[in-house]
Design a binder for this molecule. Sequence first.
Ligand code: CMC
Length: 427
Amino acid sequence: MSETAKLELDGKVIDLPVITGSENEKAIDIRKLRAETGYITLDSGFGNTGSCKSGITFLNGEKGILRYRGYPIEQLAEGSRFMEVAYLLIHGNLPKENELNFFEEKLTSFATLPEGITNILDQFPADAHPMGVISSVISSLSAFYPEFLKSDLTEVDKDRAIAQLLAQTKIITAYFYRKSRGLAPHRSHPSLGFAKDFLNMMFFEEGKEVDDEVAKALDVLLILHADHEQNCSASTVRVIGSSHANIFATISGGIDALWGQLHGGANQAVLEMLEQIKQAGGDYKQFIEKAKDKNDSFKLMGFGHRVYKNFDPRAKIIKKACDTILDKLGVDDPLLDIAKGLEQEALNDEYFKERNLYPNVDFYSGIIYKALGIPTNMFTTMFVLGRLPGWLAQWKEMREDPDARIARPRQVYVGESTRNFVSLKDR
Ligand code: CMC
């Protein structure tokens, strides 16, 4: 017999079906609650709300587990390439060699930006924040690829639109970086591989080549960021996509949601915080006290997570990669010592222990980006490049789900009751 939960309301008991996920995750299905009882549920920030069934990413925050399509993040970071992971997230299985080649060939067919897009990019002020630039330019792509605007894209067009966004977002990002520094844009060479091609477009200098180990380090970072189930930006993507808005509008909205410093913008905020601590003479204890002070809005950036109540498995890998890459590049960054000191201090502090606050993915990533030569205001755009396959996979899964409906939450109204209009002269 299938499991049910009993809910007593106004003296009446109703049965609600219990749904069990493939990792034994339990959910109470309340879809009929309002129709049968007139009640809704209230869950600010959606901390207890499952918005969909998904087969893409499994995450257990208590145990510190993260898997894409069943594969542990540690194994993917160790053994795969970002493009394999993108394929895995979008199509559900690791690609065979010919499937991966075909996937990458599709991306290669979008290795040049339409001229109208480069014209738009040329109009932005050099000091514009790259997240705003990328989000607007992704939205503008809708004007240049009208064939991808239909709400019922064919499989072929869906795959092409996905390839186009994967290929061109990195070109747009690197193009704006070079233009904003007065450098001539450098063309994409997809055969270099995603990470190396990106670094080459960003930092191209005649006679110099991007180091393979450095490109590999970036590739791992991209893998670690590739999906994280129903977080703020992925949920934004699903909400926008649920109205059957086009893929460009949908992804552009995801980028905007990521920009906030409680989400992907935290990587920029972490570096700015570490700089601030350095300027204050390296006294991180003072910042820990500020973060604990409820009358102070300051938070320890790169710490805490809605779902992880244990070490973020991505942060563990990044911390290790940080040591390796700084060593390889011969960078001795005092910010790394400050970050390590701050982490240790916080982990031993009762306030952080009681609340299970651990370093998250954004805590060490900025130090690596800085060592790679990426400017601080571009850190969150690096997160965009990593997260893009995840957003695309979430969008695709949602649009193919026969149960998907337009996202339309309810509310509990707490405003004025009916009152009569008073004309302007009598108010
Ligand atoms: N510094 C100080 N106190 C904190 C922090 C922090 N970074 N994070 C949470 N707390 C406290 C919070 O004040 C609350 O205390 P109390 O119980 O006394 O009211 C308690 O811990 C629980 O936190 P919460 O605000 O209920 O947690 P949340 O799930 O609503 O927010 C978060 C999660 C990630 C927004 C939050 O931890 C935060 O603002 N962290 C800093 C920003 C950050 O690093 N964001 C990146 C998240 S990971 C990558 C990503 O999502 O893109």
